[in-house]
Ligand binder design. Structure first.
Ligand code: FES
Length: 96
């Protein structure tokens, strides 16, 4: 079963297979996501805010926690390259 990911404020949405990274879902929607490490979980620039559905996500991995801390990324953001879509989500970024 596919998961629907909606991106605000554009309202664009894509349906992706569970396990797809949030970064790939955003790319499929044609939305840019800041990044500098090629989705390696290092730069911390790909932070997105999950507005709804966050309870369906796995909690942040140790890599995500360390990367956020090292790059002073708010704990309210999830690193899109580290998050696997597990159900319907609504997300946003400050620059969309
Ligand atoms: S793209 Fe660098 S941490 Fe996600």
């Amino acid at each position: 079963m596919l998961a629907k990911v909606r991106f605000e404020p554009s309202g664009r949405a894509v349906e992706v297979a569970p396990g797809t990274s949030l970064l790939d879902a955003a790319r499929q929607a044609g939305l840019p996501v800041a990044r500098a490490c090629g989705a390696g979980g290092i730069c911390g620039r790909c932070g997105l805010r999950v507005i709804a559905g966050g309870e369906r996500l796995e909690p942040p991995s140790e890599t995500e926690i360390v990367t956020r801390r090292r790059n002073r990324v708010s704990e309210e953001l999830r690193l899109a390259c580290r998050v696997a879509v597990a159900g319907d989500l609504v997300v946003t970024a400050s620059y969309w």
